[in-house]
Design a protein around this ligand. Structure first.
Ligand code: GRG
Length: 298
């Protein structure tokens, strides 16, 4: 079966792989929570549904490129979507961003309550590590994946970036471009970079090309998010448009201007795609993903 799965691995279009990634991650999370009842379990499933699954896509595509068994990859794809979903549930809480809508639906604390949202986020974070522990891959590769995920999600990564963001908002000291880049590399970039490195980490292969790709893609993603915040439609973005700018936060748009931000994102995408040259045409789906990140409407 494993041989069949590896032999069957063939490059698909970006949209096909993205849809597949969402289904794979959601199915794996649903399976892990089978038999659990109550608001927190329901809220965990709810929070892990309805996203684009870009991070799961990166896991599935980079593991496909490196010949990893898709069953092992599915565990890692579900794990990163759990961490991402937890971060969004907690970010939406009144003590942080205080948002009523996420993915066009009521946020978890609005649909249930704040205690349920805190616990669902906590539960998703623990579930991520459970799913990764259960993924079938070499013990050394697994330890590496676990250790790097603690770094990407924790105080050296996403949590640190979120803390720096809140501190900047509290002190009202405007950040410069380098500070915003460093903050965003931690806050949103770390999970995106981790996702792009699952392939080489599981295969214990050269990391450099996908490390560069992930870092540039993460930054382009955040710039595109700032552009959407400045120009988007509340119904597609699912949160109040202009909220960051209204809060007086330094964003890529406030620092570079709208056109400057768009051209910086396009340049980063070009560099991200250039870094994939060692993989030749096999990296075309990753290149499509990079174009999508700056062209997306939500
Ligand atoms: C609460 C510890 C903690 C961290 C929160 C990532 C984060 C840190 C907050 C999210 C705030 C935010 C909306 C940032 C913009 C970039 C971002 C992560 C957007 C949402 O990601 P998508 O577009 O979402 O991949 P979907 O819904 O498609 O999964």
């Amino acid at each position: 079966l494993e041989k069949y799965q590896i032999a069957a691995l063939k490059r698909k279009s970006f949209q096909e792989t993205l849809t597949h990634a969402a289904k794979v991650a959601q199915a794996r999370i649903g399976f892990a929570l089978t038999g659990l009842e109550g608001d927190v379990a329901d809220a965990m499933i709810y929070a892990a549904s309805g996203g684009k699954a870009l991070r799961a896509f990166l896991v599935l595509e980079t593991t496909r490129m490196l010949g990893i068994n898709p069953v092992a990859a599915a565990g890692a794809a579900a794990a990163i979507e759990c961490i991402h979903a937890y971060s969004l549930v907690h970010d939406d809480l009144p003590c942080m961003d205080d948002d009523d809508l996420r993915r066009g639906q009521p946020t978890v604390h609005k649909k249930w309550n704040e205690a349920t949202a805190v616990l669902a986020g906590d539960g998703l974070q623990a579930l991520a590590f459970e799913l990764l522990l259960q993924a079938e891959c070499a013990p050394r590769a697994k330890l590496n994946l676990l250790m790097s995920l603690t770094n990407a999600a924790g105080i050296r990564g996403m949590v640190g970036g979120q803390a720096a963001d809140i501190a900047a908002e509290t002190t009202k000291v405007p950040l410069d471009l380098q500070e915003v880049m460093d903050l965003q590399a931690a806050k949103t970039g770390a999970l995106i970079s981790w996702s792009a490195l699952v392939g080489p980490r599981m295969a214990e292969a050269e990391r450099e090309p996908l490390s560069i790709y992930g870092a540039y893609l993460g930054l382009a993603f955040q710039i595109a998010d700032d552009v959407l915040d400045a120009t988007g439609d509340v119904n597609t973005v699912g949160k109040a448009v202009g909220k960051d700018a209204a809060a007086g936060k330094a964003t890529f748009v406030s620092l570079l201007g709208l056109d400057g931000a768009k051209s910086r994102a396009a340049a980063l995408v070009e560099e991200a795609c250039d870094a994939l040259s060692p993989y030749g045409e096999d990296a075309d789906t990753l290149k499509e993903a990079a174009q999508f990140v700056i062209a997306r409407t939500h």
